[in-house]
Design a protein around this ligand. Structure first.
Ligand SMILES: [Fe+2]
Ligand SMILES: [Fe+2]
Length: 382
C-alpha cells in the first residue's frame, strides 16, 4: 500500500481544491491535484462507495483555487497556438485554402458581369480539398480564424469549409466518389446567388427589413438560374444543393417550401453543414460560436429545420464535444478534445495542457474521460 495519510471522505471540504493527489486504496490516483471539491464530485464518490483515500500530505486541501491562473483569453490563444503546432487541429492545408479562396473570389466577382464559372478550376479545388481530408479521423476544423470586416468574405471561407465537411461526412458514410465530388462542388457554389444580391443589403450593419430578407431568400434561386447554362457540367447533386440548401424538414424553408422526403438526404445534410459552418465562423457583427454550442443549437432545431435521422448521423460522426473544443474539466484543468473516447460522445479523449503547477505544459497529458472516474467536462470555452 502507498505511503500517506488515510483520510475520510468527510474531510473533503466543499468549495476547496485538493493540493495533492488523492489515491484510492490500490494506490491509483482517484482525485488529482487541483480538483475542485464540488457537491457533484462528493456524490460521485458516495455512489462509487469509496470510504477513504490516501493523501501524500496532511494539509491536502487548499482553500484557494489557482492563484496564478491566467485569463481565459490567454488560455484560449495559447491552446489554439499549441493545437496548430502539435497538429491536433486538422484542417485543409494553407495552400488549398489560399487556392480555394482565389478561385471562389474570382468566380463570384465575375458573376454580375455574366461571366460563367470555370468548372474545371472549381473541380481542382474539390480535388485538393478531398485530398487534404483523406486521412482525417475527425471532421476538419474551419479554415478561418480571424474576424471578417466584409460579410461576403466570410461566405467564401464558409463555402470552402462546407465543401471540406460535406466531403468528410459523405466519406464517413461510404458514399460513392461521384456523389462526394458532386456534393463538394455544390458546397463550393451553394451561395452563388448571394453574390447577386445588392451589397448594401448584405453588408448592412443594422437589422434587415422584411423586403430585404425576402431579397436574401431569393439567393438559392438566383444562384441556380445564374449557373443554369452549365447544367450539363454541374452534377445533379450539386444543383440540388445550390437550389435547396435552405429547405426545411417541416416545409418552412425556402425557396420551394419542400418538406421531409421531398428533400434528398444529401441536401438535408448540406443544410445542416451550411448552418453549422456559419455558426462556428466569425461574422463582422459577432464572434464564432464554439463547435459544441453550435451542435446544441442544431439539436434544438431537430425535426423543424433539420431531418432528425440525418442530424443524428451528423452529431454521431462529429461528437458532442468536437475535436478541437477547448474544455475546462471538473479538476480545473484545461484541455483540448482530441476525439471520441471509449465512453462515447459525452466522455471524449482530452489532452490536458494545464500542469499541476498551474502552468501550461507543451507536452499534454492525454486522458480518456470514459475511463476517468472523477474528471468530467464542466464547461466548454468560447
Ligand atoms: Fe445559402
Ligand atoms: Fe451558406
Amino acid at each position: 500500500m502507498s505511503q500517506g495519510t488515510l483520510i475520510g471522505i468527510d474531510q473533503l471540504v466543499l468549495g476547496t481544491t485538493t493540493s495533492c493527489d488523492l489515491l484510492d486504496l490500490n494506490g491509483d490516483v482517484a482525485i488529482p491535484t487541483g480538483t475542485a471539491i464540488t457537491s457533484e464530485l462528493l456524490s460521485r464518490i458516495k455512489r462509487a462507495n469509496i470510504i477513504g483515500l490516501i493523501a501524500g500530505r496532511s494539509d491536502f486541501v487548499s482553500s484557494h483555487v489557482f492563484p496564478n491562473r491566467p485569463s481565459l483569453e490567454v488560455i484560449s490563444s495559447r491552446i489554439s497556438e499549441m493545437q496548430w503546432r502539435s497538429g491536433i487541429a486538422r484542417s485543409i492545408s494553407r495552400e488549398t485554402e489560399k487556392f480555394g479562396r482565389d478561385v471562389l473570389a474570382r468566380t463570384f466577382s465575375d458573376l454580375p458581369g455574366n461571366k460563367l464559372p470555370d468548372i474545371q478550376t472549381l473541380e481542382l479545388v474539390v480535388e485538393k480539398v478531398l485530398h487534404d481530408i483523406e486521412l482525417m479521423r475527425t471532421p476538419p476544423l474551419p479554415v478561418q480564424g480571424s474576424s471578417y470586416h466584409v460579410f461576403l468574405d466570410s461566405l467564401i471561407d464558409d463555402s470552402i469549409d462546407m465543401a471540406a465537411l460535406m466531403g468528410w461526412h459523405l466519406r464517413m458514410m461510404d458514399a460513392p466518389e461521384d456523389v462526394i465530388h458532386g456534393a463538394c462542388l455544390g458546397a463550393l457554389l451553394h451561395d452563388t446567388g448571394m453574390f447577386l444580391i445588392p451589397e448594401f443589403i448584405l453588408e448592412k450593419p443594422d437589422s434587415l427589413k422584411r423586403a430585404e430578407i425576402r431579397e436574401i431568400h431569393k439567393h438559392p434561386y438566383l444562384g441556380s438560374r445564374a449557373l443554369s447554362p452549365l447544367n450539363d457540367r454541374i452534377p445533379k447533386i450539386a444543383r440540388d444543393i445550390i437550389l435547396m440548401h435552405h429547405e426545411c424538414e417541416d416545409g418552412n424553408g425556402y425557396p420551394l417550401k419542400r418538406s421531409g422526403d421531398e428533400i434528398p438526404q444529401y441536401v438535408h445534410l448540406s443544410h445542416i453543414i451550411d448552418d453549422y459552418t456559419a455558426l462556428v465562423s466569425p461574422r463582422p457583427h459577432r464572434t464564432a460560436v464554439t463547435p459544441h454550442r453550435a451542435i446544441k443549437c442544431l439539436v434544438r432545431d431537430s425535426g423543424r429545420s433539420y431531418n432528425r435521422e440525418v442530424l443524428k448521423g451528423f452529431v454521431n460522426r462529429t461528437g458532442m464535444y468536437p475535436q478541437g473544443s477547448a474544455v475546462i474539466l471538473s479538476s480545473n484543468e484545461v484541455g483540448v478534445v482530441i476525439g471520441a473516447g471509449n465512453g462515447g460522445l459525452f466522455t471524449p479523449e482530452v489532452d490536458v495542457y494545464f500542469s499541476r503547477h498551474h502552468h501550461f505544459s507543451l507536452t499534454p497529458q492525454r486522458i480518456d474521460l470514459g475511463k476517468d472516474r472523477f474528471r468530467y467536462i464542466q464547461r466548454v470555452m468560447r
